[in-house]
Design a binder for this molecule. Structure first.
Ligand code: PXG
Length: 449
């Protein structure tokens, strides 16, 4: 096989050119009939190939927290590519991977002090689950093999993540997945919680379901519980008041590890470095990805507490302590991007900025109560979700129309899940842009069929 020149040298695309790429989590046929194509980006905006401005209301996929193509981050990546393109982190090292691990451990609470790098959030989740199982085993407690997730949870798309995850479309096609997994109930109840700003008052008691699950299987068989502190992909479910604290207490009571999947919530989305900090609850293991490099270079990972790391540092010193890792764990480009990103968050005070803007952002979101089709609105940090009444044409149709109209008619990028529209802009958004964003969204809702 040889590489061929583009059949259309002027660079224009014909429908056939879109055929080869099987797009992820995409309605491929609908997209290829009417593409939503992005060519470049700067700060709060994307630009289409013909130069039309599209406001990024989603920070890409909840990852571009520092805004697009920021100069210091771009420069750091460029320099790194010229200086050290790749070096293994198996049995060798390069300084920036260590530096970034130190910076991350400074941002995470208490003794969450040891960082294991992966290439994505899904790999981070797999890593967290594997470390949990291995931890109990190295401690001589090998009977702890069960993993507990939650309904409506999203933990990426690896077999570990979909097993503990609770979004049915992500699970139903993929067989029996991991065995020995159980799920807590989700925490959403519209009757009790509709149009809540921030954390709902109702629902803290749902953490007690962990007692029931522990009673069913016996606590001594359970390795870990994994939850998103704020469920993101399922359509933004802020944790009910007291819920996370209760989970922590029950895990402590039974010797179960608590994993917070902070792939979305870490690095400023909720106005703090981590959701753990915001809610004052420290997990044993935390996953991260996305915002660590502001989406510029793929990276994920986990941070573990000291006692977990220490449990592995036994045996002969020439022996590998954990048989796990990825070729791209701590990749030099990702490490350089991560360092420049964290520096940008710090120098621009972006976490504090998100915290200060939260009331204004929530007011603007809630002002759409009463817009056509809006059944519920939820907000937390720089995040809002709008549940739309499903149309007679079928589930998901109305939100899909909102995404299309948003892009083609209003110049705004939205994320949808089912009939929920999620809004999660970069943290550099200005007050005027907040008004612009929700103004556009209101127009989108008013023009829906
Ligand atoms: N855990 C959580 C909590 C996530 O939100 C992952 C793991 C997986 O990360 P990777 O890097 O493997 O994709 C995620 C990813 C959306 C959306 O619009 C959310 C994610 C990814 C794509 C879209 O809600 N979250």
């Amino acid at each position: 096989m040889t590489l061929v020149d583009s059949p259309n040298p002027d660079g224009s695309l014909s429908i056939n050119d879109l055929d080869s790429l099987w797009m992820p989590f995409t309605a491929n046929r609908a997209f290829k009939k009417r593409p939503r194509m992005i060519a470049r980006a700067k700060d709060m905006y994307y630009y289409t190939p013909d130069g039309k401005e599209v406001m990024d209301a989603t920070a890409g996929l909840w990852c571009v927290n520092a805004g697009h193509c920021r100069d210091p981050i771009v420069k750091a990546i460029q320099q790194q590519a010229a200086e050290l393109d790749f070096a293994p982190t198996f049995q060798y090292g390069h300084p920036k991977a260590f530096e970034l691990a130190n910076q991350i451990s400074l941002l995470t609470p208490d003794d969450l002090d040891h960082v294991f790098f992966a290439g994505s959030g899904s790999e981070g989740v797999d890593t967290a689950l594997k470390i949990s199982l291995a931890y109990h085993r190295v401690k001589g407690d090998a009977a702890r093999t069960r993993l507990i997730g939650r309904e409506r949870g999203y933990h990426g798309v690896g077999f570990g993540g979909i097993s503990v995850g609770g979004m049915v479309n992500n699970r139903k096609h993929f067989g029996t997945m991991l065995s020995g997994v159980d799920h807590l109930p989700h925490t959403y109840n519209r009757e009790e919680q509709a149009f809540t700003r921030g954390q709902p008052e109702w629902g803290g008691h749902l953490a007690d379901e962990l007692h029931r699950i522990a009673g069913l299987h016996d606590p001594s068989t359970i390795a870990a519980v994994i939850v998103e502190p704020m469920a993101g992909s399922t359509g933004v479910l802020p944790p009910p008041r007291g819920y996370l604290k209760r989970l922590r207490e029950i895990c402590d009571q039974y010797g179960i590890l608590l994993i917070f999947d902070e792939v979305i919530s870490a690095f400023g989305r909720l106005g703090f470095a981590t959701a753990a900090e915001r809610f004052g609850v420290t997990p044993d293991i935390m996953t991260f990805a996305k915002g660590v490099t502001s989406g510029t270079v793929p990276m994920g990972g986990v941070v573990v507490r000291k006692h977990i790391y220490d449990a592995f540092m036994n045996g002969p010193e020439h022996m590998i302590e954990l048989f796990h890792g990825y070729t791209y764990s701590g990749h030099p480009l990702a490490a350089a991007a991560g360092l420049a990103t964290l520096e940008t968050y710090k120098s621009e005070g972006l976490f504090e900025r998100a915290r200060e803007l939260e009331p204004r952002f929530a007011d603007a979101a809630m002002s759409l109560k009463g817009s056509p089709h809006v059944e519920d609105i939820r907000t937390l940090g720089m995040t809002a979700a709008f549940d739309l009444t499903p149309s007679a044409a079928g589930a998901g149709e109305r939100a899909f129309e909102a995404m299309e109209r948003g892009f083609h008619e209003q110049g705004i990028m939205l994320r949808i899940t089912g009939d929920t529209v999620a809004v999660t802009p970069p943290l550099i958004i200005s007050e005027t842009q907040i008004d612009e964003l929700f103004g556009k969204l209101d127009t989108v809702f008013r023009t829906l069929t």
